[in-house]
Design a protein around this ligand. Structure first.
Ligand code: ATP
Ligand code: ZN
Length: 297
C-alpha cells in the first residue's frame, strides 16, 4: 500500500458515537470540511482526515491499514478481536474516551427466577456479540446455544427464538419494555480510540503522539469537576472519605463560624446525584458541582 502522509481516522458515520466523537476531535484542534458524499472528510488545519463508516467496519479498516486510528465502542473492538481470525493483526485500545458508555449484559424474562449463571446451561441466548458471549460462557463452563442476530435481539425471547439475550444496555429501558431483566454484566463499554498495537514509524507516528497528548489534556479537563460544600469540623472526616478521587481537598474557614468550613475538591470524574446525596447525608450543606473550563497544573 502506498505510504500516506496524512493521518486517517475512522469514525461512525451516523449513530450514537458520531456527535461526541466529532466534538472531541474539534476540542483537540481538528476541524474538517465535509465532502458531498460524506464518506471522507478532509482535515483543514492539521494533516488528519476522517473516514465516516459503519461502526462495525472500523476495527477491520484499522487492521487492514486503510485507517490509522478509529473511534469505536469497546464492545465492537473486542468482538472483532475475538471473531476476526488471527490474520487480522492485533489492535490496541489506545485511550478510553468517556462517552458512549453502556454494558454488554445477559438479560432473561422477568418471570424467570434467575439466581446464577449455571441456570443458562442448555438455553438459547440471542446476541449480536457471539464472540464475547462465547468467551463468557466458556469462562463459566456453561454449554448454551448462541443464536446470532444482526439486530432486534431484545424481542427474541417473546418470539420464542431464544430463552435469554446478551445485548447492550444503557438505561435498561429497552429491557423493561420487553419484560426482560438484566442478570449478568459481561463487559463495561465506552467509546475508545483504537489503533494498531505498534505506532507507524513515519510522520504519522509523530502525529498520533501529538494527538494523544492533546486528547489526554482534553479528557482530563472534561472529566474534572470542582465540588464545593460546607461542613462542620465534626462531619469533616466522614465527608472526606466519601469524596470521589482526586487531589487532597482544600479547606477554607467560614467567617464568624469557627466550627464551619468551606471544602473545595477537584474530582477526577463525574459526581453523580447518588454520590452527592451520600455526602449530604454525612453532613454536608450548600453543595455545588462546577465544570472545569481549563486547567494548567
Ligand atoms: P452502525 O452500525 O450503523 O454504525 P449501530 O446501530 O451499530 O450503527 P449505535 O446504535 O449508534 O450503532 O451504537 C454505537 C455504539 O454506541 C455501540 O457499539 C455502543 O458502543 C454504544 N452504545 C451506547 N449505548 C448504547 C445502547 N443503549 N445501545 C446500543 N449501543 C450503545
Ligand atoms: Zn453497528
Amino acid at each position: 500500500m502506498k505510504p500516506r502522509d496524512r493521518l486517517r481516522i475512522a469514525m461512525q458515520k451516523s449513530g450514537r458515537l458520531t456527535e461526541p466523537a466529532l466534538e472531541l476531535l474539534n476540542r483537540c484542534g481538528l476541524s474538517f470540511r465535509q465532502s458531498r458524499d460524506k464518506l471522507f472528510c478532509f482535515g483543514e488545519g492539521e494533516p488528519v482526515d476522517l473516514l465516516l463508516v459503519r461502526d462495525d467496519d472500523i476495527p477491520g479498516l484499522i487492521a487492514q491499514g486503510v485507517c490509522d486510528l478509529g473511534i469505536v465502542g469497546r464492545n465492537v473492538l473486542q468482538e472483532y478481536q475475538l471473531t476476526a481470525g488471527l490474520e487480522a493483526g492485533p489492535l490496541s485500545e489506545w485511550r478510553p474516551l468517556g462517552f458512549g458508555r453502556c454494558r454488554l449484559s445477559i438479560a432473561v424474562p422477568q418471570e424467570l427466577d434467575y439466581r446464577e449463571p449455571k441456570q443458562l446451561a442448555g438455553s438459547r441466548i440471542a446476541t449480536s456479540y457471539p464472540g464475547l458471549l462465547g468467551q463468557w460462557l466458556r469462562e463459566h463452563g456453561i454449554e448454551a446455544g448462541v443464536v446470532t442476530l444482526a439486530g432486534s435481539v431484545e424481542i427474541a425471547p417473546r418470539l420464542g427464538t431464544a430463552d435469554a439475550i446478551c445485548d447492550l444496555v444503557q438505561s435498561g429501558g429497552t429491557l423493561v419494555a420487553n419484560q426482560l431483566r438484566e442478570t449478568e454484566i459481561l463487559l463495561e463499554s465506552e467509546a475508545v480510540l483504537a489503533g494498531p498495537q505498534m505506532l507507524p514509524t513515519d510522520e504519522r507516528g509523530d502525529m498520533i503522539e501529538l494527538l494523544l497528548k492533546r486528547l489526554d489534556g482534553v479528557i482530563q479537563v472534561r472529566e474534572s469537576r470542582l465540588l464545593l460544600l460546607q461542613t462542620s469540623r465534626g462531619t469533616l472526616d466522614a465527608i472526606t472519605r466519601l469524596l470521589p478521587g482526586g487531589p487532597q481537598p482544600t479547606l477554607l474557614p467560614v467567617a464568624g463560624q469557627p466550627d464551619q468550613f468551606m471544602l473545595q475538591a477537584l474530582c477526577a470524574g463525574e459526581v453523580s446525584w447518588r454520590q452527592l446525596e451520600e455526602i449530604k447525608k454525612a453532613g454536608a450543606r450548600e453543595m455545588f458541582v462546577l465544570p472545569v473550563e481549563k486547567m494548567l497544573a
